[in-house]
Write a protein that binds this ligand. Structure first.
Ligand code: GLU
Length: 300
């Protein structure tokens, strides 16, 4: 007997590529992983184009994403969400956090931040998985001084006052499907930027607001973003958004064992296609790639 679709909980997954380069095997794995999980009664897979960075996003790469996904046999029913069209939603979230007095303007340049970090003791504690932690230079700038700098046209980003945000939100947890229950430790990334100087949002804000807007119940993404999830869970609590589960997947690697990354120009899906690889062989290739990683680890 077929299971009653209404009795199984809804699962909504997504693939959220940035159109800043051609997709490689790691992206194909991420897309297929999410799509396969949603391929069941009450499953739904959605696509979101993460194109907030106008300087890096190109329509040519976006077109290529659609071609590559079609080649992989991936389809979806709902309209594609484009972050470049979501300014209002991000502004609403920023307004709410401003009302809660959890944001502050940061006028620092990268140079200011590095100089401050280098001049302070205990440097290793000033770094997160993603690089230097913001040392809080602008956190305590007086209100009048802030206003004067803004008035003078000094560019600024908006940062989350994370210690205060944690105080407001209280103890929080999130669940990773492979690593289990996690205690939120948003301070590990410091006062993250929620609106960049050049764009009225940031990765952390946009992804949190959009996952909720698209009703995502299971966020699947690479392990490299694991630490970000602490911040996303905190933002969900502050903004009153639903909390999904997460599944952080292992990263695929090149022949030398280095993580596949766009900036290193790994073999792209379209090159593989040109070389005669079939779209339906890609899942097996991704699994083989991961098995290589496991074998290497076991061989140590
Ligand atoms: N847009 C991000 C990327 O292409 C993925 C963000 C996410 O899955 O949370 O790496």
């Amino acid at each position: 007997m077929n299971p009653d679709p209404d009795s199984t909980p809804e699962i909504v997954t997504r693939f959220a590529p940035s159109p800043s380069g051609h997709l490689h095997l790691g992206h194909a794995y991420a897309a297929l992983f999410a799509w396969r999980l949603a391929d069941r009664p009450n499953g739904r897979f959605v696509l979101r184009i993460e194109d907030i960075d106008g300087g890096r996003s190109q329509s040519e790469f976006e077109d290529a994403i659609f071609e590559d996904l079609a080649w992989l046999g991936i389809s979806w029913r709902e309209p594609v969400m484009r972050q470049s069209k979501r300014e209002l939603a991000y502004q609403e979230a920023l307004d709410r956090l401003t009302e809660m007095e959890l944001l502050y303007p940061c006028f620092c340049t990268r140079k200011d931040i590095l100089a401050e970090i280098n001049s302070s003791a205990g440097a290793p504690h000033n770094h997160s998985a993603y690089g230097p932690i913001y040392p809080g230079i602008c956190r305590n700038v007086a209100a009048a001084e802030r206003a004067a700098r803004i008035e003078a046209g000094k560019p600024y980003a908006l940062r989350l006052y994370v210690a205060k945000a944690i105080e407001v939100a209280g103890d929080l947890t999130w669940r990773d499907r492979t690593r289990g229950e996690q205690q939120v430790q948003a301070e590990r990334l410091g006062d993250v930027v929620l609106a960049r100087k050049d764009i009225a949002t940031s990765y952390h804000l946009a992804v949190t607001v959009d996952d909720a807007a698209q009703g995502i119940t299971l966020v699947t993404r690479g392990e490299d973003l694991f630490e970000s999830t602490h911040v996303h869970r905190l933002l969900q609590a502050l903004l009153g958004l639903d909390t999904p589960e997460w599944h952080h997947t292992p990263m695929l690697t090149d022949a030398a064992g280095k993580r596949l990354a766009k900036r290193d120009n790994p073999l792209t899906l379209r090159e593989m296609r040109r070389n005669g690889v079939k779209g339906d062989a890609i899942w097996a290739l991704a699994i083989q790639n991961l098995a290589r990683l496991t074998t290497a680890v076991e061989g140590i």
